[in-house]
Design a protein around this ligand. Structure first.
Ligand code: NDP
Length: 602
């Protein structure tokens, strides 16, 4: 981390550019997002909840002040802030059997947060929880979700194992009408949507997908009854005599492969594109140290400090010190090397590119140092810019390929050829398997309705899909014209801080609680963004640089619409043009002014 620019090895940028383009070309395919299979019908069982039995209950036909769709971090944060603001009847509707959202579903062995616990786990200060590790494991994160729900009495009105079917604004009664798959038909004055992008698993559209005769599951529905072990990391002893295959080498696979390697009789890792895997350096959090820093307001200070380090100018202190802030530190070091009159936007982008080439060379060298077999090490090298795909950090993934029971089956960018009753075919060779695990990710680039199962109907019967047909339109990513009393809780068109998504949600929760409190104080029945305010916000967003690394440069993946030109619709999925830190300062002022400019209270 302390390497100076002068001490870094020189890289052949032209050769790397060519190599990146070649590797990208191998992976581009005309079907883009359509290569994936939607989990429904014959594949429906891949969605079954293996963790909590569904308990019968009577349908709800009452009225609540605030209904929130999604019991993940967004719902928990908004629920907590509304409770603090004195709203008693907050109803969270969640398809899982408990709170947690993505952390309810993802219990695969080794699951762990990728952003430091101190800033990733919500409401640590409010709940008094000290994270046990720099990067907490999934059971601790799920427990924190449950702790928040208990502390703020969010279980009281919650509807778990419940999926919303319809959401309709009733303009005469000034309420939202909500219907669910459990027969509920109730109303709410306000509606929040925190449905997240990573909760609908997808399967790769590989020929013969449904023909496998062994046992198969998706990583977000880990079948511990079959594998043995548990989410805390107990060994999966039932795999000792099994031939296990895992398809996918993204952030999920990186975390569970070391556990499978430890216990499976044989493990085949089917790879289309390698992830970049840098050092993790996890460590326990020392209670004395924690007590010394946990002074009032500490978590907000840490959140802002991380964001300043990761996404802004030249902060003097880096509290979190992780792989994310290192990326920015390196870019800053390059910029500092430039004479002040040459610090132009183009030169800054070049500085970023140079820092990126150097970092990726180091990550590729890391694979070579750790993996003993040279051919395997070469195949594990990632040939693209670090932020083209989710950067991964792990201290046992690459090492797992040194185990004699583990085989990397690289498909040279082509993907698995076929699935048969016996196993998986790559380059004409069948790998016979007892168990096949899909680490194939989640629906991200597909239509909103495919991911939620509903399409909110706003004023005059206009649906959200209609309103967003030409691209997303909102004020701050939260308010949408024609959808009164509704709040969207997600990063896009706001700070759009991807390195720590909870910071976006944390801030939106404050905003929503402030607006609802103001509406109650004014005796307003509705609050809605004006058409003009929505329009000028979108205009401001589109005046920015857009996506910094785009579809034309990066290897395909869900970050860049599988390498296809995103078109005007996807171009609206951007953040505040001056960056996340500027956004948080701007919105703080907007909130504090008490004017809520752009919103109409009636
Ligand atoms: P990803 O979408 O990142 O990975 C899917 C994998 O499946 C890719 O390696 C993909 O290859 C591979 N694949 C797809 N089709 C085929 C095929 N036909 N043959 C072979 N391989 C195929 O999903 P993940 O679940 O790994 O991660 C999703 C996101 O969830 C992450 O990016 C991250 O944002 C989040 N996450 C966060 C974690 C954390 O914070 N701790 C942990 C885990 C996930 P290819 O790359 O070529 O498309």
């Amino acid at each position: 981390m302390t390497t100076t620019n002068a001490a870094r090895p020189k890289v052949d940028k032209e050769a790397l550019r060519r190599k990146y383009a070649e590797e990208r070309a191998k992976r581009l395919r005309p079907d883009g997002n359509d290569q994936y299979v939607r989990i429904a019908g014959q594949f429906g069982h891949y969605l079954d909840d293996p963790y909590t039995p569904v308990t019968p209950r009577a349908p709800k036909t009452d009225h609540v002040t605030f209904a929130f769709i999604g019991g993940g971090f967004a719902g928990l944060l908004v629920g907590a802030r509304l409770k603090e603001a004195g709203i008693k009847d907050v109803r969270i509707i969640e398809k899982g059997g408990d709170f947690g959202g993505t952390w309810y579903w993802n219990r695969y062995p080794g699951a762990q947060c990728d952003t430091a616990s101190m800033i990733y786990l919500p409401l640590l200060e409010e709940t008094g929880h000290r994270p046990t590790e720099k990067y907490a494991h999934a059971p601790e994160i799920l427990a924190q979700c449950q702790r928040i729900a208990k502390k703020y009495d969010l279980y009281e009105h919650a509807l778990l194992h419940t999926e919303v079917r319809t959401l309709t604004w009733d303009d005469a009664a000034k309420v939202w009408r909500i219907e669910t798959n459990r027969g509920d038909a109730f109303t709410a004055q306000y509606l929040g949507l925190g449905t997240g992008p990573l909760h609908v698993p997808k399967l790769p559209g590989i020929p013969g997908l449904d023909s496998f005769a062994g046992h198969a599951f998706h990583t977000s529905r880990w079948d511990y009854a079959y594998t043995g072990g548990d989410p805390l990391g107990a060994p999966m002893t039932k795999l000792a005599d099994k031939r296990v295959g895992i398809i996918g080498t993204g952030a999920t696979s990186i975390q569970c492969v070391p556990h499978l390697a430890r216990t499976a009789g044989r493990l085949y890792v089917f790879q289309r594109t390698p992830s970049s895997v840098d050092a993790r350096n996890n460590a326990p959090i020392d209670p004395d140290w924690f007590a010394s820093i946990a002074t009032p307001g500490w978590q907000e200070r840490w959140l802002m400090n991380f964001t300043e380090n990761q996404a802004a100018g030249f902060p003097t202190e880096d509290l979190v010190q992780d792989g994310w802030t290192e990326i920015s530190r390196r870019i800053r070091a390059k910029i500092v090397d430039l004479p002040p009159d040459q610090r132009t936007p183009e030169n800054m982008l070049k500085a970023w590119e140079d820092a990126d080439y150097e970092k990726m060379e180091e990550i590729r060298a890391r694979a070579e140092t750790i993996v003993k077999d040279k051919d395997t090490a070469d195949k594990l090298k990632a040939w693209y810019r670090q932020l083209c795909k989710r950067p991964c950090f792990h201290d046992a993934y690459l090492q797992a390929f040194n185990n004699p029971n583990v085989t990397l089956v690289d498909t040279d960018g082509k993907g698995v050829e076929r699935i048969t009753p016996e196993g998986v075919v790559v380059a004409g060779k069948t790998y016979e398997l007892d168990c096949l695990i899909f680490a194939s990710g989640f629906e991200v680039g597909t239509e909103y309705t495919r991911r939620t199962g509903f399409d909110p109907v706003g004023r005059d019967g206009r649906t959200l899909s209609q309103h967003w047909a030409e691209g997303m339109r909102s004020l701050h990513g939260i308010h949408v014209h024609g959808f009164p009393n509704a709040f969207f809780v997600q990063p896009t068109q706001g700070a759009n801080l991807i390195s720590n998504v909870p910071h976006n949600l944390y801030d939106s929760a404050k905003t929503i609680a402030a607006i609802v409190s103001a509406a109650q104080a004014k005796g307003a029945r509705t609050v809605e963004v004006t058409a003009e305010a929505e329009q000028s916000w979108v205009k401001l967003l589109l005046s920015g640089p857009g996506l910094m690394i785009g579809s034309q440069e990066c290897t395909p993946g869900y970050y860049n619409n599988e390498g296809k030109d995103p078109g005007p619709v996807a171009r609206s999925y951007v953040g505040y043009p001056y960056g996340a830190v500027a956004y948080f300062h701007y919105i703080d002022g907007w909130r504090r002014s008490g004017k809520f400019e752009g919103l109409a209270f009636e």
